[in-house]
Design a protein around this ligand. Structure first.
Ligand code: NDP
Length: 446
C-alpha cells in the first residue's frame, strides 16, 4: 500500500485539485466508508482501484456562444465529466445554474458512479452542465442556448457512450431543445437523452421518479422500525422537480408536507400542502424566475426570507434543493425538534458535520446516492424502452421503480449494518463501490 493512512490518501486528492471543495467532500465521504474494503482486498490493491476511482475518465470543457434577444453575443462555459464507465455507458444529468463549476460537476459525477451502481442497472457515472442562468431568459433564448450547448456536446455523447438527463435548471423543455438539435446534427433519432417527452421516446413516471423514489426509500427505512408514513409531518426544501413529486407522493400516502423553499426563502403551511396547492406550485414553477413566496401570498401562510426550513417541527426532513443546504446547526435543530428520519432528495444537501450528527444520533438517515436514485433508475428504464421500442405503462414503470428502491435499501442494509444499527451512508458507499471495483478489476488496467 503506497498510502500510510486514509488521511494521507485524501491529502493527495486535495493537493491535486486544490479549488474543488465539493469534490473533496464527496470523495472523503466515500473513502471513509470504503477504506477497509478497498485496502484489504488484494485484487483491488493490485489494480490500484483507490487511485483510479477518484480520477474521471475525462473532463470535457468547452465554450458555448449564443445570441440573446437583444442581438448581443453571450458566452458561457460548458462541461461534461465522464467519470467511470466500468458498468455501463456514462449516465447523469446536466445542470444549468450560475454557480456551476468543475468542482461541483466532478462531485456530482463521482456520486453518480456509486448511485448508478446501486440501481443494479448497467450505467456508468457522468455529469455535465453550464454556468448559464435560465432565470429571466425568454423561451427563445433558452432554445438558442440549448442548441449552442448541443453543437459541441454532440461529439462526446451517444446512446452507447454517454446519455445525459436533466438536473437543476434542466427540465422537459431544455431536454426537448437539446434532443432536437442532436437529431438535426446526427440525422438520427436515438435515445441519447433521457427525460424526453412521452410522444418522442420518454418514459412515463420519469418526471415523478426522483421524488416518488425518495418517498419509497423512506417507506423502506420506516419499515425497519415497523413504522408508517401516514400522519407524519414532513419538512421539504426546494420547490422544483424533486420537491414537487416528493410532496405529491407524501400527500397520496397520507403524510403532511408543511414546507417548500427556493433560493429566496421558505414557506411554512402548518395545515399541510394539499394536492390542489401543489398543482399551484407546479404551475408557478414552470417559469424559472417565479418565487415560492407567491404561495405564501396566495394561501396566507408565513414566508421566511433567506432561511431554510430546518427549524420547523417535523418527523421527517427531505432536503430536495441543492448541495450543502443543511449544516450542523440545522441538523441539531431538526433532531432537537423530534425529527427522526432524514432522506436526501438533492445530491449531498447535508454537510459532513450534519451527516455525522445524524449518524451519532442513530436516526434513519438516507444519503442522496441511495435515496434519490429513483430518477436515474427510471432513466435506465427509459433507455431500455428506447432499445426495445416498446413503451411501458405507468403501472409497470412505477412497479419497477418501487422494486429498485427496495433493492437499493436491501443493499444498504447488507453493507451498512453495524451492531444492529443501519449506517446507510456506509451501506450505500460500499454497496455501490464493490460492483464498480469488481468490474474494473475484470476489465484490466485501462
Ligand atoms: P429544479 O431546478 O427543478 O429545482 C431546484 C430547486 O432547488 C429550486 O427550488 C431552486 O430554487 C432550489 N435551489 C437551487 N439552487 C439553490 C441554492 N443555491 N440555494 C437554495 N435553493 C436552491 O432541480 P431538481 O429538483 O431537479 O434538483 C434538485 C436537487 O435534486 C439537485 O441537487 C439535483 O442534483 C438533485 N437530483 C435531481 C434529480 C432529478 O431527477 N431531477 C435526480 C437526482 C438528484 P431557485 O428557483 O430559487 O433556484
Amino acid at each position: 500500500m503506497k498510502y500510510k493512512s486514509k488521511q494521507d490518501f485524501l491529502k493527495t486528492v486535495v493537493d491535486r485539485y486544490k479549488d474543488q471543495e465539493e469534490f473533496h467532500q464527496a470523495v472523503e465521504e466515500v473513502v471513509n466508508s470504503i477504506w477497509t474494503v478497498a485496502t484489504k482486498n488484494k485484487d483491488y490493491v493490485s489494480a490500484n482501484i483507490l487511485d483510479r476511482i477518484v480520477v474521471p475518465d475525462r473532463s470535457i470543457l468547452f465554450r458555448v456562444s449564443w445570441v440573446d434577444d437583444k442581438g448581443d453575443v453571450q458566452v458561457n462555459l460548458g462541461y461534461r465529466i465522464q467519470f467511470n464507465s466500468a458498468i455501463g455507458p456514462y449516465k447523469g444529468g446536466l445542470r444549468f445554474h450560475p454557480n456551476v463549476n468543475l468542482g461541483i460537476l466532478k462531485f456530482l459525477a463521482f456520486e453518480q458512479v456509486f448511485k448508478n451502481s446501486l440501481t443494479g442497472l448497467n450505467m456508468g457515472g457522468g455529469k455535465g452542465g453550464s454556468n448559464f442562468d435560465p432565470k429571466g431568459k425568454s423561451d427563445r433564448e433558452i432554445m438558442k442556448f440549448c442548441q449552442a450547448f448541443m453543437n459541441e456536446l454532440y461529439r462526446h455523447i451517444g446512446r452507447r457512450t454517454d446519455i445525459p438527463a436533466g438536473d437543476i435548471g434542466v427540465g422537459a423543455r431544455e431536454i426537448g431543445y437539446m434532443f432536437g438539435q442532436y437529431k438535426k446534427i446526427r440525422n438520427a433519432f436515438t435515445g441519447v437523452l433521457t427525460g424526453k417527452g412521452t410522444n418522442w421516446g420518454g418514459s412515463l413516471i420519469r418526471p415523478e421518479a426522483t421524488g416518488y423514489g425518495l418517498v419509497y426509500f423512506v417507506l423502506n427505512m420506516l419499515d425497519t422500525k415497523n413504522d408508517s408514513i401516514k400522519g407524519k409531518t414532513v419538512a421539504v426544501s426546494g420547490s422544483g422537480n424533486v420537491a414537487q413529486y416528493a410532496c405529491e407522493k407524501l400527500i397520496e400516502l397520507g403524510a403532511k408536507p408543511v414546507t417548500l423553499s427556493d433560493s429566496s426563502g421558505f414557506i411554512y403551511d402548518p395545515d399541510g400542502i394539499t394536492q390542489k396547492k401543489l398543482e399551484y406550485v407546479k404551475k408557478l414553477k414552470e417559469v424559472p424566475s417565479a418565487r415560492i413566496s407567491e404561495y405564501a401570498k396566495k394561501y396566507k401562510v408565513k414566508f421566511t426570507p433567506n432561511k431554510k426550513p430546518w427549524g420547523v417541527k417535523c418527523d421527517i426532513a427531505l432536503p430536495c434543493a441543492t448541495q450543502n443546504e443543511l449544516d450542523l446547526k440545522d441538523a441539531k435543530q431538526l433532531t432537537k425538534n423530534g425529527c427522526y428520519v432524514v432522506a436526501e432528495g438533492a445530491n449531498m444537501p447535508s454537510t459532513k458535520d450534519a451527516v455525522h450528527h445524524f449518524i451519532k444520533e442513530k436516526i434513519l438517515f438516507g444519503p442522496g446516492k441511495a435515496a434519490n436514485a429513483g430518477g436515474v433508475a427510471v432513466s435506465g428504464i427509459e433507455m431500455s424502452q428506447n432499445s426495445t421500442r416498446i413503451p411501458l405503462t405507468r403501472e409497470q414503470v412505477d412497479k419497477l421503480l418501487k422494486e429498485i428502491m427496495e433493492k437499493i435499501h436491501t443493499t444498504c442494509v447488507k453493507h451498512g449494518t453495524q451492531k444492529g444499527f443501519v449506517n446507510y451512508v456506509d451501506g450505500a458507499n460500499i454497496g455501490g463501490f464493490v460492483r464498480v471495483a469488481d468490474s474494473m478489476v475484470d476489465q484490466g488496467v485501462i
